[in-house]
Design a protein around this ligand. Structure first.
Ligand code: PGA
Length: 256
């Protein structure tokens, strides 16, 4: 991380876990900690159903609430979908776009991810754009090219001013929920490539201000080493974020 130029972010991704009623106690247990944790911003991304409860519980707490998905259109005949305008209206600040689970399970394409990202920005939401390669791509040594393409496609039409609001999460698919974490060097190598790609499109100043997170089996045990790398500006944390103490321990690891 490099706090001179960018924010350190600790983002929890609850995925399809817990119930709306769990938000109150969970967020209350972060209240004091988050107030003192000046070295990082904390974000909690919950299912749609949990958002109102989470937003209510986070009033006066230094935890921003995020959604895990959104639709790319502003409104219309899209049964079951939720627009960015609806999320923003609730008080949501962040939205995860392009998570590999959605790309795999729902067939989300790079074009759709791009639409979602643009929709989020146009509504004042901060997208957390997920990129990352599957195992066979990593084994073929092609991960840097793979991530470069995902990144460029997702950011099509995003100008330099809007880039400031984008957060990028590098999440190698083989590391998500597997307990097989990337090494700090692997995470940093891709983080560096993401920043180089941003630099080539937006220039050095814009690129150095973007927070690039690592996600995939982050735990209290491995977080400090990961966060010590120059192009790892925090984490997107799934399994280990379901327990408030473990989330706090991961945020502690960013205090270096
Ligand atoms: P994990 O998930 O920490 O459980 O590996 C990370 C993510 O998918 O965002």
């Amino acid at each position: 991380m490099n706090r001179r130029y960018r924010k350190t972010l600790i983002a929890a991704n609850w995925k399809m876990n817990r119930l709306p009623g769990d938000c109150r106690d969970f967020i209350a247990s972060l209240r004091e900690y988050a107030a003192g944790a000046r070295w990082c911003d904390m974000i909690l991304c919950v299912p749609y159903t949990h958002l109102p409860a989470a937003i209510k519980a986070a009033k006066g707490v230094k935890v921003a609430i995020g959604a895990q998905n959104c639709h790319g259109e502003a409104a219309g005949a899209y049964t079951g979908e939720v627009s960015c305008r609806m999320l923003a209206d609730l008080g949501v600040k962040y939205v995860i776009v392009g998570h590999s689970e959605r790309r795999a399970m729902c067939g989300e394409t790079d074009e759709q991810v791009n639409k979602k990202l643009l929709a989020a920005l146009s509504c004042g939401l901060r997208p957390i754009l997920c990129v990352g390669e599957p195992l066979n791509v990593r084994e073929a040594g092609a991960e840097l090219d793979y991530v470069r393409v995902q990144l460029k496609m997702a950011l099509k039409g995003v100008d330099e001013r809007s880039l400031r609001h984008v957060v990028i999460a590098y999440e190698p698919i083989w590391a998500i929920g597997t307990g097989r974490v990337a090494t700090p060097e692997q995470a940093d190598r891709v983080g560096e490539t993401i920043r180089e790609t941003l630099r080539s499109v937006y220039g050095a100043r814009a690129a150095r201000g973007v927070s690039i997170l690592y996600g995939g089996s982050v735990s209290p045990e491995n977080a400090q080493q990961l966060f010590s790398m120059p192009d790892v500006d925090g984490g997107l944390i799934g399994g280990a974020s379901l327990d408030a103490d473990s989330l706090k321990a991961i945020a502690d690891a960013a205090n270096q």
